[in-house]
Design a binder for this molecule. Sequence first.
Ligand SMILES: Nc1ncnc2c1ncn2[C@@H]1O[C@H](COP(=O)(O)OP(=O)(O)OP(=O)(O)O)[C@@H](O)[C@H]1O
Length: 610
Amino acid sequence: MSHKDDQRWFHIRVSVFSAIDSNSILPTIINRFIRSKFSALLVDEKILPEIVSGCRGWCFSLAMARLGIRVRNRLFGSVIEQEIGFFDKVKTGDITSRLTSDTTVMTDTVTLNMNIFTRNLILGVGIIVFMFKLSWRLSLLTLIAFPIVLGVSKVYGEYYRDLASKVQDALAAANNVAEEALSAIRTVRSFANEDGEKDRYRTSLHKAYKINVKQANVYAGYVWCTQLFELGLTVAVLYYGGHLVLTKTLSGGNLVSFILYQMQLGNCIDEIGEVFTGLMQAAGASEKVFEYIDREPVVKNTVKDRMDTESVIGQSEVESDKISGLIEFKNVTFAYPSRPDTNVLKNVSFTVQPGEVVALVGPSGGGKSSCINLLEHYYEPITGQILLDKKPVKEYDHKFLHTKISLVGQEPVLYARSIKDNIGYGLGSDVTIETVQQAAGMANAHEFIMEMEKQYVTEAGEKGQQLSGGQKQRIAIARALIRKPVVLLLDEATSALDSESEHVVQQAIYKNLKGRSVIIIAHRLSTVEKADRIIVIDKGCVIEEGSHSELLRNNGKYASLVQRQLLQTEDEVEDRVISLDNDGLGVGIAKRDIGLHFRSTCLITSSSWH
Ligand SMILES: Nc1ncnc2c1ncn2[C@@H]1O[C@H](COP(=O)(O)OP(=O)(O)OP(=O)(O)O)[C@@H](O)[C@H]1O
């Protein structure tokens, strides 16, 4: 081979090797494999290294992006299917942290480390082959050390994974603090507690930092251990290799080559050690992600979930017209999963006939909303049954059930979308503007929507913040009515409103009750007395049942609640007129025309004072 050819081969070897590992000192390995003029041309022009490294980067970036999207989709898909009890226990910030931070750590670390791992594995195997070719005795001596390295790595890996999992938990807790503060920014501002929130966030981040410090210490310890071990191994190889040279079993040149190979192998092992650290970090981050992905909801909802085990009542089995709206609670005892030892409903039984309007009343915390939660199948009772048209609600297909039962809650949650999208929420893109307008008309919302500049495409703002309380309630009513429900559940639907908005919203409700079974939860006498029947629930038990006049005659709990409310009304200040003088001295007009003086600047808009 000419000198020129030699030079060319040298370039080939260096360039190809640098495509695999730019730090390599083993061009001779490649020398054995590359002998074509075509590749020489490619390598001489430095095309191949660029292509190989480009392709590798492309493959791993693509794999990283695809893996990230798949894991996030699977995680979100699984979390959104979980039962409501799960969300009582797990905080929103924790879940969003799993969706963002944990999945990023997991996918990025795995893919990047796989890249390094593949490269070093190929190099390592190649090096070991050549080491054996040079001296099998020295190679065996080197390989004897492997189980020790693996043992140390295993102990280190488990501890590091545990720490990584704790870091992710601490970050999730910090995320939860931020999320809580930002979503309630008005409360934070009104109590001027910005510093308090900053402190809480700082403290929770500090917890993560403390675990980070531990991680760094453990990592340093691991690196020192492996480096010392490598050093010891090199000394052993030199000692034994020297002996082999002296006994003429090995040439001096081969010993030098062997030591160079061994150093290169050491580099590979170091890099694989780092990969291992990264993989343990990913394993720690992925623990909760996979726990949520694999979690089976305790209360199963969809047809698909339940198909295997139980029969499901859906649109095909029961024609919508055939649902009459007969609701029965039979000996229901219930405890929330987050407080399994406290029964909030005890042996509750009552019936709502089709088309009947029933009010649930009673002291706060008595268990009224819990009845609604069970009827909505958010939870399952411990004992007893909740029946709709004589069939347990749990046997209905989730989607079908919620087109038949609609709920208007105390604080309706609207989405940061247009008013049209909010009213048609959950009905897909098929819903027409005419249907939306019709529902808005029924809810007394059409007029105020039309007065807005963008009408039905007006943005509601995050959580409906760009609308007033009364407007939000009416949109929530329209959202419930558009589904033409057979059962309407109104849980304190007007309690947060001033008297004028309440009047408009109540009108919207009452004109739409006909032909529907309705359960109203309310504290106000004005709302309750219109119901066909009133059920009084106290401390988780039904204690009275009957019409307004019947219950007043009974002179029981209901009568005392009514009396107390009437007395309160007499004693309390009307919320009509309050004027403030220049010093912030307020003058209110009381029921019996007594002027009240307020020393502090005070604005009363309470709607419960009526
Ligand atoms: N998600 C929950 N997890 C644990 N306990 C809960 C949960 N929701 C309510 N509770 C508890 O269950 C009991 C009944 O609450 P519920 O909301 O049904 O009462 P309520 O009669 O509707 O009260 P109010 O009139 O004040 O709305 C209360 O003691 C309450 O603390």
